[in-house]
Structure formats: C-alpha cells, structure tokens
Design a protein around this ligand. Structure first.
Ligand SMILES: Nc1nc2c(ncn2[C@@H]2O[C@H](COP(=O)(O)OP(=O)(O)OP(=O)(O)O)[C@@H](O)[C@H]2O)c(=O)[nH]1
Ligand SMILES: [Mg+2]
Length: 387
C-alpha cells in the first residue's frame, strides 16, 4: 500500500482549502487536482464563467456575476475586487471551518489582483493560516500589470495574508533559457506552485515518511509578511540526491543576496521513492544548515512516491521573523532587541545586478542611473511597505 492510499480520518489533520483565483490560479489548481492531492479541498474562483465552466475542479465559485456578467475582470483589479466584495458571504461560506487556506494566483490579472486580497481577508478574519503563492507578471506584460501586481502584494499583506511566496516570471524564464516561450514559463510557474503547495499540505500529513506537526508549520508561516523564500531542486539517476542539492542552490529563486543570513525558520522537504535511504534526510539538513548558518529552526520532512523512480526532489521554504532578528548559534546572548520594522530587503526578490535576464545581450536603457529594462520590482527591491 502506498502512502497516498492510507486512509485518513477527519480528525487526523487540520482542514486545508486551496483557492485558485483567476485563470492562472485555476491552471495551477488543476495541476494539484491532477496530482491526486488528498490532503486539501480545492476551489476554483473566478469572474469568468467560461473559464470556470472549462475547469475540472469540482468546487467552483463564480463571483461578481452582477459586476462582470461572467466576462472576467478584463485585467482591472478594481473590477476583481468589486466582484469579490459582492460575494463576500459566499466566499466566507466556502472557507468556513478551514484552518489553513492557500490562495494561488497569477498576479497581474484583474481577478487575481482584485479578488485575492478579499479572499485573504476573509480567510484571515476566520482565523485560518493564510498563505499566498503567486506568479508575478513578466516585464514584457508591461508596466501597468507590474504596478498592479506590486500593489496587489501590498494589499494582500494589509489584508492579513500570513506569508506570500511570489515567483517572478522573469526569474523563471531565466531558468528555462533564452528560447523559453511564455506558455513554457507559465507551465513552470504552475508546476512549482503546485509542488510547493502540495509539499506544505503534505508536510504535516500522517502519510508523510517524515512529518512535522501542524503547529510548527503554522509557526513558520504565520505573520511573516514578505519575508519568504522558496526553492526547488531535482536530480535523476545515480547521483540524483547530489544533483538535486546543486539544482536547489542554482534555482533562480535562490538569487537573493541576503537570504543566507536572514532566515528564521527553514523547512526542507525531500521527495523520493519509498525505499529511499533515510540517511539522506541527515545529509539534506546538514547541507542546508551549512548554506544557511544563521537559521533559527529547521523543519525536516519527507514524502515518498513510487512514481519518482530514480529521481529525487528537494524543496526549501524559508521565512524570516521580523520581531526577533536571527543570531548565529555561536553568538553570546545579547540584550533583548526592540521589535524591528520588517525590512523588505531581507527576502527581496532581487538578485545581483538586478537580473537583467531577458535583456542580457542588450545595452541597458539607463535613466537616472536605473536600468529601465529591469522591472520595477527587481530594480527597487520589491518596494513593498510592510505595516
Ligand atoms: N501560470 C499561468 N500564468 C498565466 C497564464 N496566463 C497568464 N498568466 C499570468 O497570470 C497573470 C494573470 O492572468 P490571468 O490569470 O489570465 O488573469 P485573471 O486573474 O484571470 O484576471 P482577469 O482575466 O483580468 O479577470 C498574467 O499577467 C500572467 O503573468 C497561464 O496560463 N498560466
Ligand atoms: Mg481571467
């Protein structure tokens, strides 16, 4: 019997709901559905009646019928917000009784940017741990979409989202190479979001080969504002594990200069076939501890799949703690520090040289010392005000 076949009783795990908001969110949700995730209930939410009709997700929530007439928010966050506001009660009903709510979306779109914060607010007000996974638009989608997506990140935080994992499309594109097409990048974003969300759902499942308790996961994610880190690595064949570790550190999402010195809690997650060598877990945690010497806590989980064959996947999640700056373990205790304002620098999605990426082979378009070919959120360190 594989782990996935072990029956769970209703009281085994906290109830989890994953809400896919807008077309991109529903696309990622469909992957989770196809992956056979049993730990969570899925809900597709949109302003677009056709998109919902085409979705295979059993639970569908059409919002703002009177606002959009079922024709989507047309890229307007304000329309998406009004649609969600109009259906607050139905959204609240859909989230009732869930302790953990994931919101997944492609920020940039009107429904994603406008409705996601309303969903986050309703989830947060109901007392659920509220975590957002979002892809950020490409620079080629234009300044307006960027502004809208940055604004949506701010509003999501103000609306009570506990942790937000934002996957910048341009960084993902770099990992696929210069020839990558937009659909390929969307596919990758969807895949990574699906894996990340699936991993977090399974981390405290009794089906996990090495599980953590929900309280620890909650502690890692609650109230972390923008200070998050996510990376993913995969290897195959004889040296699958080592290859996965290298791949993990090479993941474009790791190109965050301050990440190694500001992680509060880390979660490492290993996916391998059922007969995996358990000592890999020690190797994995030792490897991560070496790379992130100043982390305070490390959670270690494993989940097995027959279907992985000789492949190994490793995931890394990190969150910072705004209230308690993390010290090196060897440092002597210091006087208690005052509550620090959250610094966006600590987990900004900016890399060295601001990741010119798409425009690598061209001359920069400089104005006032800034490279305008690099999107605002990269140039300005995701200039999000965290209150
Ligand atoms: N993962 C994924 N992302 C997409 C896809 N299509 C677009 N995106 C990205 O997601 C963002 C939002 O697009 P949609 O999901 O179509 O927008 P929406 O939330 O449905 O909003 P409206 O259609 O304006 O109501 C875009 O700016 C793209 O960056 C897709 O097929 N998959
Ligand atoms: Mg849409």
């Amino acid at each position: 019997m594989s782990q996935a076949d072990i029956p769970l009783t209703a009281t085994d795990i906290p109830r989890i709901k994953i809400v896919g908001v807008g077309a991109a969110g529903i696309a990622a949700l469909s992957r989770l559905h196809a992956s056979g995730l049993k730990e969570a209930q899925l809900c597709a939410l949109d302003t677009d009646a056709t998109a919902l009709a085409l979705s295979h997700i059993p639970e569908k929530l059409m919002i703002g019928q009177n606002v959009t007439r079922g024709l989507s928010a047309g890229g307007e966050a304000d329309v998406g917000r009004r649609a969600a506001e109009a259906d607050r009660e139905r959204i609240a009903q859909a989230l009732e009784g869930f302790k953990f709510v994931f919101i997944i979306a492609g920020l940039g779109g009107g429904t994603a940017c406008g409705a996601s914060p309303v969903v986050a607010q309703i989830a947060s007000q109901s007392g659920a741990l509220t975590v957002v996974f979002a892809s950020m638009p490409f620079m080629v989608e234009g300044a307006r979409r960027h502004r809208q997506s940055e604004e949506a990140l701010k509003v999501l935080r103000l609306c009570g989202a506990d942790s937000i994992f934002a996957l910048p499309g341009d960084l993902l594109m770099q990992s696929l190479g210069a020839d990558a097409t937009a659909p390929e990048v969307f596919q990758l974003a969807g895949q990574w979001i699906c894996r990340a969300v699936g991993a977090l759902c399974r981390s405290f499942s009794p089906r996990a080969a090495a599980m953590v308790d929900f309280g620890s996961v909650q502690k890692m994610l609650v109230g972390k504002a923008g200070k998050t880190l996510f990376s993913i690595g995969r290897g195959e064949g004889k040296d699958a594990f080592d290859e996965a570790l290298t791949n993990l550190m090479d993941c474009p999402l790791m190109r965050i200069p301050q990440a190694t010195s500001h992680t509060g809690t880390l979660m490492v997650y290993l996916c391998a076939r059922p007969d995996f060598d358990i000592s890999l877990l020690n190797k994995l945690s030792a490897f991560i501890a070496e790379k992130f010497p100043f982390h305070a806590t490390m959670l270690v989980c494993a989940y097995t799949y027959e279907s992985l064959g000789d492949a190994v996947e490793v995931y890394l999640f990190g969150t910072g703690d705004a209230a308690k700056p993390v010290k090196a373990p060897t440092e002597p205790p210091r006087e208690p520090t005052k509550k620090q304002p959250v610094s966006q620098e600590e987990f900004g999605f900016v890399s060295t040289q601001a990741q010119r990426g798409y425009f690598d082979g061209t001359q920069p378009t400089l104005r006032n010392g800034e490279d305008l070919d690099v999107p605002t959120y990269l140039r300005r360190n995701l200039k999000i005000v965290l209150n």
